[in-house]
Design a protein around this ligand. Sequence first.
Ligand code: SF4
Length: 314
Amino acid sequence: MQVTLANPRGFCAGVNMAIDCLDEAIRLFGSAIYVYHEIVHNRHVVERFTAQGVTFVDRVEDVPEESILLFSAHGISPEIRRTATERRLQTIDATCPLVTKVHMEALRFARDGFHIVLIGHEGHDEVVGTMGEAPESITLVETPEDVDSLPFGLDEKIAFLTQTTLSVSEAETIITRLKQRYPGIVSPPKEDICYATTNRQEAVHRLAEDADVVIVLGSQNSSNSLRLAELGGEQTGRAYLVDSVNELPEGWDADVQRVVVTAGASAPEDVVEDCLEHLKAAYGATVEEVTVSEEHVRFPLPKELRVLESQDNR
Ligand code: SF4
């Protein structure tokens, strides 16, 4: 068995920052901390913090007043921020800056009188947060067919934005349809699908060409991991999205000689290492890592945490 290990894979800058943020908050305040939604969409990461005593909640109302509440990497709507203020919570915002960028674009387009078409997946934390910035002005589309039923006229001001973790090729298909229907539609000032999503998809696209199967380490609720598995499936006919190598279904290895291994942006590297060790031990696999693009993106911890850190260091 020959394994091609995709690079880049795994943690992106936003996920690294959110995890560092929660680690640092625990160091400063102890683990009696609440997090709104999963800090990142990965079972291993959430289980590690839960074991340390962190509580994950889906409703701000479930957080005791005056507690510490951390907002996850996917961002929140202003409504959630207001509720947290009403409950006198001390909040730390670990939203990825690239998600915040989309929020700012939504606010600006809404302020300038645009109808905003948001390309994304209904119910995803990031989409809920972005739509909450200007609910009256944003319409969600998930498919090219959704574009056909948009109610806007050609004389109206329309702009589009996208979720950061979409399939690049699917988003392009929807954007093409939007531009056909609304030739004057305004694009976001800068690409919304983030560098990490794009690079991980590009790596699978390049490396899976001759592979028999693609293994994506990641959780089922991770949007960018799901997109990698879809892409791998399109290219090889067989792709598996699993939290760990133990979850590969029986018979996954039938007629398999060339395997591509990658990981979603929220999947830790140790699950990749476990997977490689298993493939070496069980199949005598040789592993070659192939770098398709280099990443050097880093995000600083949120300001409120840096302030608390500097007070702690005095
Ligand atoms: S996938 Fe992209 S947008 Fe999401 S946290 Fe990572 S860098 Fe930020």
